[in-house]
Design a protein around this ligand. Structure first.
Ligand code: SF4
Ligand code: SF4
Length: 209
């Protein structure tokens, strides 16, 4: 029937409105900011940069590959690459972002930056109380403002953060196993090269006369 969906929606609203006077469950709003709804794990607001360890600057996972900057639909990410390198989570020397800004007044919370990042370096925050009276740059967040620890990531998105940790640990184990195998192969090759070469007059060991 034409308009059936509208009538159903209005009926639901009326049921909640009348029901909210007698049943707490029908009350779908709270008296913000005195009251707050419990945080939802799947909530997403604006992105933040994840860092490991105690030092935000040294621990940033971002390697300034700029994929997120290119893929961001409204182009609100700005990155400048470093001139030097620092070790990443597997110890490989990587470039890092000397500058990483997000204009959250432009960000549309689409999460594309998170999905395209190959390094699990950028995730969605649940913090939404960011209002400021500074119209010029107040919502342009730099890398220090964007940096948040992996422990914080675990508190807001525990399921996702645990999956990411497991994935990174697996990758690290693979890299370490490969490095160990390469080191063993190199050591074996060096040992073979160091063994004295047999001279033509030498008799084979154990060969009786
Ligand atoms: S959430 Fe979307 S709009 Fe916001 S920074 Fe990421 S890619 Fe850009
Ligand atoms: S956040 Fe991820 S995708 Fe963006 S520059 Fe850093 S490593 Fe690359």
């Amino acid at each position: 029937m034409l308009g059936e969906g509208i009538l159903k929606g209005l009926a639901e609203t009326a049921r909640n409105f009348a029901g909210s006077y007698v049943s707490r469950e029908r009350l779908t709003t709270v008296q913000y900011p005195e009251e707050r709804v419990a945080p939802i794990e799947a909530a997403r607001v604006f992105p933040f940069l994840v860092y490991d360890g105690a030092d935000w600057e040294a621990g940033l996972r971002c390697v300034a590959c700029q994929i997120c900057e290119k893929e961001c639909p409204p182009k609100c990410i700005y990155i400048e690459k470093s001139k030097d390198k620092k070790p990443d989570y597997v110890g490989k020397l990587q470039i890092y972002p000397a500058r990483f800004d997000i204009d959250v007044s432009v960000c549309m919370s689409c999460q594309i930056c998170v999905e395209v990042c190959p390094f699990e370096a950028i995730k969605m925050d649940t913090e939404f109380e960011l209002a400021t009276d500074n119209r010029f740059g107040g919502l342009l967040h730099d890398r220090k403002q964007l940096a948040k620890s992996n422990e914080y990531f675990h508190t807001i998105h525990p399921t996702e953060a645990s999956e990411v940790d497991a994935r990174l640990a697996e990758e690290k184990a693979k890299v370490e196993a490969k490095a160990k195998a390469a080191a063993e192969a190199a050591a074996a090759k060096a040992a073979a090269g160091a063994a004295p070469a047999a001279t033509p007059g030498d008799k084979p060991a154990g060969g009786g006369e």
